[in-house]
Design a protein around this ligand. Structure first.
Ligand code: ZN
Length: 366
């Protein structure tokens, strides 16, 4: 069989469409993807939400497992003056491709498209179904994309691969983020004394680590006293304000932490105000054949043993994770995403396509 990789050509084409989100309502890019799939006789449908087009294509190889490989076609603002070249015209330099979205994530979207077209053309010995999805609106919260669509399709899926940039390592979980703002007012208790006590109460909160019996990195708390430097030593401040940044892996962390802080401060008789912002919920996925096959495909392609990753930030994986499915995120280098002069090496783009191909044909292979 003659494998014909189009990853680099497709990546350059995808970059040429300015799909900055917001607004994220561009039609040229999803239309191009739709037409390309249709030209290759792949069943393709569009699901449009509030002007944003999401593409779902299906390759059916008979009864078996269903694998979904997906990504997003929107990109973050380029801030053009900071670029050395036009962010929407891909250029090759020193073995890299530069352009907005090459890493996040038009490069891996191109690799997926190329991979899917080759599978369609050569019909390798596989059974089951491949669902290719190009979502819109990932960069502003997926309200017009994955969030609205996944509920309708998740029941029919077994494996999900998301091509987000992960440094060629499979990612199986992401920590949630909670931001807290805590103000303690000067009242019957001395606020400067309260300052001291709050810090103690925070060390109490830090015991959450042990409470969860998770590796330490699964719940970290950073706190910062906002106005302590402005308080002269010999005066009593009106209030003490703290910002607290919590990264965690458990869904009920917010309630637990609020309880701990309130209990400590109530015991002191303090008057206080806590404002909590749940930035992202964590997710954790089921480990199984998908992860194992991904690791093998990476080793076979690159000769490198990958590390299984978890970290912060969010992706569309969180919507699939609710369904208890096997999910991995796997894509290229993330070192320049959302930055000026975003780039990715051609070698990595070629490798990610090979990894996807091996992964899909092994999982669905006979
Ligand atoms: Zn992304």
């Amino acid at each position: 069989m003659e494998y014909n990789s189009k990853t680099i050509e497709f990546a350059k084409k995808l970059i040429s469409f300015n799909t900055t989100n917001p607004p994220g309502n561009q039609t040229h890019c999803p239309e191009w993807i739709e037409n390309l799939l249709k030209e290759h006789q792949i069943d393709t449908r569009i699901i449009e939400h509030d002007g944003t087009r999401n593409i779902i294509a299906e390759l059916d190889f008979g009864p078996g497992k269903t694998l979904c490989i997906c990504g997003h076609w929107d990109v973050t603002h380029a801030n053009e003056p900071e670029w050395e070249s036009d962010p929407f015209k891909a250029i090759e330099k020193d073995g890299n491709i530069y352009g907005r979205g090459i890493a996040d994530m038009k490069g891996s979207l191109a690799a997926t498209l190329s991979c899917v077209l080759n599978i369609k053309k050569h019909n390798p010995n596989i059974t089951g179904k491949i669902l290719f999805i190009a979502f819109g609106d990932e960069e502003t919260g997926s309200e017009r994309g994955a969030k609205r669509i996944i509920d309708d399709i998740a029941d029919e899926l077994d494996y999900i691969i998301i091509g987000e940039p992960t440094n060629m390592n499979p990612k199986i979980a992401r920590r949630g983020t909670i931001l807290l703002n805590l103000k303690v007012f000067n009242s019957e208790i001395d606020a400067s004394d309260a300052l001291h006590k709050i810090i103690n109460s925070l060390s109490e909160v830090n015991k959450v680590n042990m409470h969860y019996e998770e590796p330490e990195e699964f719940c970290s708390i950073k706190s910062k006293i906002i106005n302590s430097e402005e308080i002269p030593r010999d005066t009593t401040p009106d209030q003490v304000e703290l910002s607290i940044d919590v990264r965690h892996m458990k869904l009920n962390t917010l309630d637990d932490i609020l309880n701990k802080i309130s209990t400590s401060l109530d015991r002191l008789g303090a008057i206080y105000k806590i404002q909590a912002t749940l930035v992202t919920q964590p997710y954790n996925t089921k480990e199984g054949k998908l992860l194992e096959t991904a690791i093998n495909s990476i080793i076979q392609t690159t000769g490198r043993m990958p590390t299984v990753e978890t970290n912060d930030a969010s992706s569309d994986a969180r919507f699939f994770a609710k369904k208890g499915l096997e999910i991995i995120e796997l894509g290229v280098n993330d070192s320049t995403i959302h930055m000026p002069n975003e780039n990715c090496s051609i070698k990595e783009l070629e490798n990610i396509e090979k990894i996807y191909y091996k992964l899909i044909t092994s999982l669905l292979g006979n």
